[in-house]
Design a protein around this ligand. Sequence first.
Ligand code: ADP
Ligand code: MG
Ligand code: MG
Length: 251
Amino acid sequence: TPLLEVKNLHAEIDGKKILNGLDLVVNKGEVHAIMGPNGAGKSTLSYVLAGRDGYEVTEGDVLLNGESMLEMEPSERACKGVFLAFQYPMEIPGVATMTFLRAALNAQRKTRGEPELSSPDAIRKVKDVAGQLGINMDMLKRPVNVGFSGGEKKRAETMQMALLEPKLCLLDETDSGLDIDALKVVSEGVNRLRSPERGFVVITHYQRLLDHIVPDIVHVMSAGKIVRTGGKELAHELEASGYAQYQQEAA
Ligand code: ADP
Ligand code: MG
Ligand code: MG
């Protein structure tokens, strides 16, 4: 059974059709990149997979380990191991990053029927993960994402992902606006998490991230579906040729 199977997925928002028969199979251990022009529906795909409100699936199915996710709330999907790193992470004023991460960790343990970690244990675990990723401990004291630079937001998100050890990691343009140091933190975080038990869908407009997170399979998305699939060399080809040919095909 594949980790993720997206079958003929059609989805719309506010009555506007965005996904038009998308198929995708991700097996455990694989890293897939999804590339494509702006407006292709890449973020929409990640939101539909995560179960975000407002997106209506009109046809098709999404299976996680053979089980349909479409009727599941976002929290249930998260509990089953789906993690979405947003293109635009949310700010949470008044909640320290450490507090947020401890709460996320314990919420996950609770839904899995595992005992909550004591404060010292939870703090130690968060600090461990932050340390492994070379993240400044000062960040843990600041309110979640408030006043963070683009790079700091992505670091914080990578830290959350590493802490929660998801089965399926969806990264939506995690590289946008990153300087080279932040890009390394994010890609090292992802590469550390690569395992035979885990799958990744890395959405990116640019080839640059894929020098650091080397994908097994690269897809081109245009007008709401996958229009081409290849190996990692496809990303280099796209870097050279651009997306114009795919935009024309879509039109
Ligand atoms: P990508 O991430 O590939 O750039 P998106 O998934 O963000 O693409 O957007 C795909 C299309 O859906 C775009 O044409 C965009 O304008 C449209 N779209 C996205 N969100 C909404 C919305 N809330 N209402 C109407 N149209 C939307
Ligand atoms: Mg976009
Ligand atoms: Mg997007």
